[in-house]
Design a binder for this molecule. Structure first.
Ligand code: NAD
Length: 257
């Protein structure tokens, strides 16, 4: 028996580092999973690695920045499993590293489309289902970058600040209906995204960039995807029944410096 027996959880960005680690932990605790990603092959691979059959998991291809895709993944989940207990609103993209005067407008738009519009659309279509049920827990993936400035990251940082704002607004709108909304704010986490950011930041020495990013953390290291997943799973669970509108940093103490 697990904490999530019979519970239905949607994860967006489920093929990525943090999404797939969270899928694993939820699967181990009995959840039924709707795993959403741009990359269908990768999300199908996650399901087969977890050994879940079709009664326990569905793979859904969606671009979270496209309204019809988001509506379709929410509808498909309700059609298949009948309800949505939890939503990990987690898909995201990093953009590039450049100061504001050199930051391409199309990159800014792409980052905002995925990180802000994508998160907004997820909320827009999941919230009515949860309000009608009278329960549900939503975890938005923001970032430490949503709480501070990082030179070179005008697109990413401002997009993650917007996710903080959405979390606060929607938590207040949904609290009277038994729906909780929180955010995780990971620091530097060992996934594809940080590998790309290291390359973008110091193209000639990405290994050096990795060491410098790790050294800037009070704990002196990157976090692992599983360490973010542990916090997301807690917030999705009934153990967090009185937790809403909270921001959980998972960053080895970085924000507190
Ligand atoms: P990742 O690159 O491994 O995973 C991101 C996933 O999102 C990928 O599977 C990708 O295919 C998917 N995705 C991207 N654009 C999409 C779109 N338009 N529609 C659907 N899916 C899309 O990176 P990750 O580290 O697992 O990132 C997960 C979340 O955590 C992101 O929101 C990211 O911004 C956030 N985050 C990561 C870090 C870190 O250091 N890795 C730190 C803070 C916040």
């Amino acid at each position: 028996m697990g904490n999530f027996d019979g519970k239905v959880i949607i994860i967006s960005g489920a093929a990525g580092g943090i999404g797939s680690a969270t899928a694993r932990k939820l699967a181990e605790q009995g959840a039924k999973l709707a795993l959403v990603d741009l990359n269908l092959d990768a999300v199908q691979k996650v399901i087969s690695e977890l050994g879940l059959d079709e009664s326990r998991a569905i793979a859904l291809q969606a671009n979270v920045a496209q309204e019809e895709d988001v509506k379709a993944y929410v509808d498909a989940t309700v059609e298949k499993f009948g309800k949505i207990d939890g939503f990990f609103n987690n898909a995201g993209t990093e953009g590039i590293t450049a100061n504001v005067e050199d930051y391409p407008t199309e990159t800014f738009e792409l980052v905002f489309n995925v990180n802000v519009k994508g998160a907004f659309l997820g909320l827009k279509y999941v919230v009515p289902v949860m309000k009608k049920q009278g329960y549900g827990s939503i975890v938005n993936t923001s970032s430490g970058a949503g709480l501070m400035g990082s030179p070179g990251f005008v697109g990413y940082n401002s997009s993650k600040h917007a996710v903080m704002g959405m979390t606060k607004v929607v938590a207040l709108e949904t609290a009277p209906f038994g729906v909780r909304v929180n955010a995780v704010a990971p620091g530097v986490i060992n996934t594809r995204m940080m590998r790309q950011i290291e390359k973008n930041t110091v193209p000639q020495d990405s290994e050096g960039a990795r060491k410098a990013f790790g050294a800037a953390v009070p704990m002196g290291r990157y976090g692992e995807a599983e360490e973010v997943a542990n916090v997301a799973v807690f917030l999705l669970s009934d153990d967090a029944s009185y937790v809403s509108q909270s921001i959980y940093t998972v960053d080895g103490g970085q924000l507190g410096q």
